[in-house]
Design a protein around this ligand. Structure first.
Ligand SMILES: [Zn+2]
Length: 463
């Protein structure tokens, strides 16, 4: 046992060593101070509260985001998985199918978040067949107006949430007022059929007969997002394709557009579509158009990099390093790269170190890998200027899980900062200043909430 432990520590990173040095008293001291910092949450998918309180949410509903992916990875498949997903099946039957794999997945970051939410928000210490009914009852009781203020503002200490409302392809104002809009325009980058183009006409209210029409429709939708209070542009194209966007001539893009409108291109389906992009020239061209709009209107740009939600992906498509040409071409656009690019967090660290317009965002990261996030923050703090690091974004549909993630993020920040104080890099006061930047001030500088309350459209002509 002893040898095993020594071997483990021997392989540990600087962070593991640093955090093991931190005295419990120091960590507790710092935690007391850092817990008082009100958060700027750089990324969520929280649905409007009025919709949430109409849904009948139960334990398995919460488990479906994201923990179920780890339970599936542990082996839950087929009929048993269908039972777990079936909201009409008896809870006892669902639990019996879920439990053997939950036992294997409960220690991952996703499992930790679910346990923390159930314990702290619903007052149930342990998730089990015996406590399931109690958990469901507690969720039902709390599922009424006021839930968001209680969980997000009071319990999580969040002042602002930047929300990617991916269900609104047509930009729309968000509520409550501390939800700030991050708007995607990915649909304009990847139309693959005349049917897609018809949908984009609906979204934009612009007729699309040519590439020029598609650009006009994009610009009109962008203007609508500006009027809806957009605070950041957002893209999750890594879910569909590689993140390298070549510079493509207008003629080449137009040729792809014409072929698509004549349905002359066979589109791959499902998983294969992540690799095969027959309309790539059109996509690459249109993505540059989105970045140009962000540049013209002076918006920051949040981009998904690294791990994809679900249970399969070509991870190499998501490497943040593929985006490097954009950082050169558009120095005026501030890029906020998501999820520390996990597992490419070192590449992302290099990009944030080199490029003044690249920021490293820990949203989703503390639950993907709590230990990896500590190691990465430990490394970034001595590699990347501290104003370039955003330490928290919940990335959940459910506020109780965003709360749990916030807790895990605060805990990680405290552990890493305490390690730095212990190692003599920071004074305790400096650690607090850095904590404030990481959890609040950096996001506030990058995504000023005032932008949402202003209805004035910048007078820049684009498209
Ligand atoms: Zn997300």
């Amino acid at each position: 046992m002893k040898l095993g432990r020594r071997t483990f520590l021997g392989q540990g990173t600087a962070a593991a060593a640093a955090t093991s040095l931190a005295s419990p008293a120091l960590a507790q001291d710092l935690a007391g101070e850092l817990d008082r910092i009100r958060l700027y949450d750089s990324h969520e998918h929280l649905t409007p509260e009025k919709e949430r309180v109409r849904e009948s949410v139960d334990f398995f509903g919460l488990a479906a985001h994201y923990l179920l992916n780890d339970v599936i990875s542990a082996g839950l498949t087929g009929e048993a998985l269908s039972v777990v997903r079936d909201a009409k099946a008896p809870p006892g039957k669902r639990w019996a199918a879920f439990e053997p794999y939950w036992r294997m997945a409960r220690f991952t970051g996703y499992g930790q978040a679910l346990s923390i939410a159930v314990r702290d928000i619903y007052g149930v210490e342990e998730i089990s067949g015996q406590t399931l009914a109690r958990i469901d009852e507690a969720i039902r009781t709390r599922n009424r107006p006021g839930l968001y203020d209680y969980v997000l503002r009071e319990r999580a200490g969040i002042d602002w949430c930047l929300v990617d409302a991916y269900w609104n392809e047509r930009p729309d104002r968000l509520e409550p007022e501390y939800f700030l809009l991050a708007q995607k325009f990915d649909g304009f980058v990847t139309p693959a059929s005349p049917k897609d183009v018809a949908r984009l006409e609906q979204v934009s209210g612009v007729s699309i007969q040519s590439l020029a029409g598609l650009k006009k429709a994009l610009a009109a939708t962008f203007e609508r997002a500006v009027r809806s209070g957009m605070v950041s542009v957002k893209s999750t194209l890594a879910y569909r394709r590689e993140l390298l966007f070549h510079e493509v001539s207008e003629q080449d893009a137009a040729r792809d557009f014409e072929a698509m409108m004549q349905s002359a291109v066979e589109m791959p389906r499902g998983f294969r579509a992540q690799k095969m992009r027959p309309l790539r020239r059109l996509e690459d061209y249109m993505f540059h158009q989105v970045v140009r709009l962000a540049e013209a209107h002076r918006y920051p740009f949040q981009i998904h990099t690294g791990l994809l939600a679900g249970n399969a992906c070509f991870i190499e498509n998501t490497n943040p390093n593929l985006l490097a040409n954009l950082f050169h071409l558009y120095p005026g656009v501030k890029f906020d790269l998501f999820h520390i690019g996990y597992p490419y967090q070192e590449e992302l660290g290099v990009l944030a170190k080199l490029f003044p317009n690249v920021h490293a965002d820990f949203c989703w990261a503390h639950i993907i890998s709590p230990a990896g996030s500590r190691r990465t923050l430990d490394e970034y703090l001595e590699t990347v200027p501290v104003n370039k690091i955003l330490a928290f974004g919940g990335d959940y549909r459910f506020p109780e899980l965003a709360y749990a993630h916030a807790r895990m993020a605060r805990r990680n920040v405290v552990q890493v900062l305490a390690g730095k104080v212990e190692a003599g890099l920071f004074t305790e006061r400096q650690a607090l200043e850095v904590g404030r930047l990481l959890l609040r001030e950096n996001a506030l500088a990058l995504f000023p909430p005032a932008r949402q309350s202003s209805l004035v459209t910048p007078g820049v002509k684009t498209g």
